[in-house]
Ligand binder design. Structure first.
Ligand SMILES: [Zn+2]
Ligand SMILES: [Zn+2]
Length: 82
C-alpha cells in the first residue's frame, strides 16, 4: 500500500481494498478480468464478509473485506462501464 491509499471514507491510512466483485457493462461477472471495487479502506470502515478460497493456489484462503458501499450484499453491485 502506498501513502496515497488513504481510506476513501474517513481519510485514515487504508489497510485493505474492497473485495466486492464488480459487474461489467454487460451485466455479467467476468472471471478473466475479475474486477473488484478496490476502494482503499481502513480497518474501521471495512466489513469482513467472510473468506475466499483461492482455487488457483494450494488451498490458500483470503479474507473478504468490503467497503461501506458494499457491506450490504443485498444491494445491487455497481456496474463498471469501460
Ligand atoms: Zn476509514
Ligand atoms: Zn466496495
Amino acid at each position: 500500500m502506498s501513502e496515497d491509499d488513504k481510506c476513501h471514507f474517513c481519510g485514515n491510512p487504508g489497510t485493505k481494498l474492497c473485495d466486492h466483485p464488480m459487474k461489467e457493462a454487460d451485466g455479467f461477472y467476468h472471471l478473466e478480468t475479475a474486477h473488484t471495487c478496490d476502494l482503499p479502506i481502513c480497518d474501521d470502515c471495512s466489513t469482513e464478509l467472510g473468506v475466499t478460497f483461492d482455487m488457483h493456489g494450494p488451498g490458500s484462503v483470503d479474507t473478504t473485506d468490503h467497503c461501506p458501499f458494499h457491506s450490504d450484499t443485498k444491494k445491487p453491485a455497481l456496474v463498471v462501464v469501460k
